[in-house]
Design a binder for this molecule. Sequence first.
Ligand code: ATP
Length: 284
Amino acid sequence: MGNAGEARRAVHETGATRGTGATRRTGATRAGATPTGATSAGTAGARTIGLTKVYGSGDTAVRALDGVSVELPSGRFTAIMGPSGAGKSTLMHCVAGLDSATSGQVFVGDEELGALSDRRLTRLRRERIGFVFQAFNLIPTLTARENIVLPMTLAGTRPDEEWLASITSVLGLGDRLRHRPSELSGGQQQRVALARALATRPQIVFADEPTGNLDSRSGAEVLGLLREAVDDLRQTVAMVTHDPVAAAYADAVIFLADGQVVDIMTDPTAARVLDRMGELGGRS
Ligand SMILES: Nc1ncnc2c1ncn2[C@@H]1O[C@H](COP(=O)(O)OP(=O)(O)OP(=O)(O)O)[C@@H](O)[C@H]1O
């Protein structure tokens, strides 16, 4: 990476000012936003230092991530993009504690994942990380509400009803809570998945191609809601996507290529993201 890239990365790592891109649903400024995020002063939602992930060994070893140092700032929406095979999913899986680093460090808040026992890592994943997947991953036999509170049911904790009411209202799910997934549209199912991800007030929500199974209208709605979760609920969101329009909802885009961070774009627009992806080449 050249000096310009380093400069952009530095801007991101110290927290750039959030812009008001045309795609944003709200131009609201988050009260109390600080360079490193408002939710816990001086703490990133998550960050990596020299994160390297090698799959396999010997001749067949694949260096999926090669010394990635990056921050997902608290209370911000960060998109992760790059050509196919660049390491996007690997980065997300390592930061979410679903996969372990070969070397380097991963922090969620102040916790270094490599220092945690399996039990504490499982607990951190359950309590401090939310997931939204392309395939919704809802349990078909449970109602929307039961799906939303499932992480807490599994953990044996009680949901915060006030919080639940506020997120289901923000997500427009108030009158759908007794429905099963098969009785909901794709967009509604993804909103249930988003409510489930937000229900535990996680430190960070990871969204993996969250609009991949949705038509463009439902996709825009879900992206707008992720944006609102950041603006209104102060949630930290990281999203892997191939779609420049989706990336434009984020505050910043981290571009990966061949397992390395090659650029960080703040206040992205779909056109600028598309240009940058074109320059990176490869199949997106
Ligand atoms: N479990 C695994 N075993 C071996 N190699 C793997 C494994 N998972 C990923 N890889 C390799 O690591 C590299 C990065 O993969 P990764 O899935 O992170 O890329 P990606 O950017 O998410 O790609 P895509 O956009 O196609 O989903 C690729 O070369 C991939 O083949």
